[in-house]
Design a protein around this ligand. Structure first.
Ligand code: PMP
Length: 306
């Protein structure tokens, strides 16, 4: 997916045109993946403004990765929130926008050593984004032969750049088979998530999703869907899910900032449920999409207008 960024970024402590936001080829983050990132969406609101979805929660998760890695970041969560809003004002997005906060080891030294790269630099850019994977049709998916990284390898609890090689390999395998997306299993063989999205299944009207100790990213969309389901009186269980449970589920969908709510039609060439978008997925997607667009007062707490 190619993207054209909006003109202004935040880089090396200043608001800078995107053309000037460049690093050396020797940068430690570029060589070793010593970086982490966030992914936030801003949506066109009902009243014509543009609102950021769960900004504070995204910034809190982003900032917590410095603890995972045991490093510092040169910008506080409060400053990051202000910078994102200021970038929004400067770029004046007119439609749906993706915001990418980024923290990276900016030294040009020669070793994968976080002690020598203790303070990460903050940067941020944004670009227009529609669907990341299809939401208007069913997705065809495989269970990947690549095992998901786990907490003892590269913590999937953080969006750590180097860890995304694991996602990239699984996605490559799916694309090579003519599929849209992959599902990865953890080292115990339990279902984790897609390359950049969490997963839900529906069985007998109950929503089931892998627990946060199964090696998943603690998704903010996932959390939002669980809250929406509670409000709709849809039972939710967070527990381990086995591969073959996917095959016999009534419905399966992905959730994520990029993915939004994206239903799965086929897994490993087996049709899921009736092969159409099921009633629970439809209900969750409708409420989620009206929440992100500021059409549902109950969820207006999740929107920060630019
Ligand atoms: N899992 C992974 C590996 C991801 O990269 C993402 C995207 N951030 C998600 C799940 C979904 O998380 P969120 O809903 O917070 O975007």
């Amino acid at each position: 997916m190619k993207t054209g960024a909006l003109p202004t970024t935040y880089f090396e402590g200043a608001y800078t045109p995107i053309e000037n936001a460049k690093v050396s080829i020797m940068t430690n983050a570029l060589q070793y993946g010593t970086a982490w990132f966030g992914g936030i969406r801003a949506y066109k609101q009902q009243d014509g403004s543009v609102g950021i979805f769960r900004l504070k929660d995204h910034v809190a998760r982003f900032a917590s990765s410095s603890k995972l890695l045991g490093v510092a970041i040169d910008t506080s969560p409060e400053q990051i929130e202000k910078i994102i809003l200021e970038l929004g004002r400067r770029n004046e997005p007119t439609g749906d926008t993706y915001i990418r906060p980024f923290a990276y080891a900016s030294e040009t030294n020669l070793s994968p050593n976080l002690a020598e790269n203790h303070t990460f630099r903050f940067a941020c850019y944004m670009f227009p984004l529609g669907d990341y994977i299809a939401t208007d049709r069913g997705n065809r998916v495989i269970v990947s032969s690549w095992t998901r990284i786990d907490d003892t390898i590269i913590p999937p609890r953080g969006k750590i750049s180097g860890g995304y090689i694991n996602s990239a390999l699984a996605k490559q395998e799916a694309i090579a088979q003519g599929m849209d997306e992959c599902i990865m299993l953890n080292r115990s063989g339990k279902v984790c998530e897609g390359s950049s999205m969490n997963i839900f299944i529906v069985r007998d009207g109950t929503l089931i999703t892998p627990t946060i100790t199964d090696g998943i990213l603690e998704g903010i969309t996932r959390r939002s869907i669980i809250e929406i389901a509670h409000n709709l009186n849809i039972p939710v269980i967070e527990r381990s899910v086995e591969r073959t449970e996917l095959y016999v589920a009534d419905e399966v969908f992905f959730s994520g900032t990029g993915a939004q709510v994206a239903w799965v039609q086929e897994i490993d060439r087996r049709v899921i449920g009736a092969g159409t978008m099921g009633p629970v997925s439809t209900q969750i997607k409708d409420v989620f999409m009206s929440a992100v667009r500021g059409q549902d007062k109950k969820y207006s707490k999740w929107i920060t207008k630019i």
